[in-house]
Ligand binder design. Sequence first.
Ligand SMILES: Cc1cc2nc3c(=O)[nH]c(=O)nc-3n(C[C@H](O)[C@H](O)[C@H](O)COP(=O)(O)OP(=O)(O)OC[C@H]3O[C@@H](n4cnc5c(N)ncnc54)[C@H](O)[C@@H]3O)c2cc1C
Length: 300
Amino acid sequence: MQEIFAPATITNLTVVDPNEIRNVEFTLPREYEVGGKFYPIVDEMRPGTAFLAKPFGTRTGRQRRRMYTRSNSSINAKGVLQTIINDTHAEKADTSVWWQTDDVTAFQSAGATIPILMNFARAGTALIPYEHCLAIEASNLRLEPDDEWPSMRFLGIAFSTGITPFLAHIRYMKALNFGRNSVCIGAHYRMVVSVENHRQLMEHTELQETAAKFPQNFSYHPILTREWPHDWGYGRGRVMKVVEQCNGKELIDLEPLLAIVPDIQNEHVRLCGSKEACWQLTEGLEQAGLQTRSFRAEAW
Ligand SMILES: Cc1cc2nc3c(=O)[nH]c(=O)nc-3n(C[C@H](O)[C@H](O)[C@H](O)COP(=O)(O)OP(=O)(O)OC[C@H]3O[C@@H](n4cnc5c(N)ncnc54)[C@H](O)[C@@H]3O)c2cc1C
């Protein structure tokens, strides 16, 4: 069957760190024509999932298929897909470079569109954005069902733009008062964010405000690894350190992370970052003989 791509307009584009990280917002049309018939676009994307877009590649000069995790919540922004994209600096980096260029700004000014993959839903009567995962698995960060997460304690660990799925979780939970009601104290979400420097902090003020507004449900621990302002009041350095031993074996030092979350055994741990970061955490927990309530991680 032929794939359906709806044209999305870039409705917001902001620089987080020049030439490195940008916030990108796509707005989908309300309806889209397929085979001479108009279908409404229904947006019920689950927090923690990614959509598929076709941006351009600077290296190849061609349109490429790439996935981006949504950073906002469909609950209060129907049809508006936000994400955060970084330049990977990988040898063959292509689209991630393009997103940081003036080409994209020109694209936005001209009202040019980016194709976003759709699927048919509701017995073929509507279109929905494609989601990269439909079931909860250890290797993805799709949020647990609404009758489960309000009674869970989460520890989210994000490396750089790995914050995107967690922003979607937190914004969704916040819209639902973190699941607090007369009988339930709601979910607890502890968010650890690791970035190189102050410029790369994403939605820092919003996360600080959420922590101040929901002190019983949310706490925020940003950590700067390479440089920090003199008055930086949060963490510095790496949350996990690899220590090379005399015998050549690598020991993973989790002390900085455990200083933030000493009761890690009680947490449902979620991580988004590189494959190496996932390996370091699982290996470090194993070496320390620590078992968490659950562990799910997504690496790009
Ligand atoms: C589920 C998911 C969610 C994501 N969410 C985000 C997000 O929110 N923000 C973000 O910045 N990035 C995200 N990414 C990563 C993003 O999709 C891109 O991979 C990243 O931006 C790098 O793009 P790139 O074009 O520069 O390079 P790459 O995608 O790394 O590609 C570089 C080159 O290598 C080739 N290549 C890549 N993989 C293979 C392969 N397996 N085999 C052979 N050739 C290959 C490509 O064709 C390309 O020419 C996500 C990825 C996934 C899978």
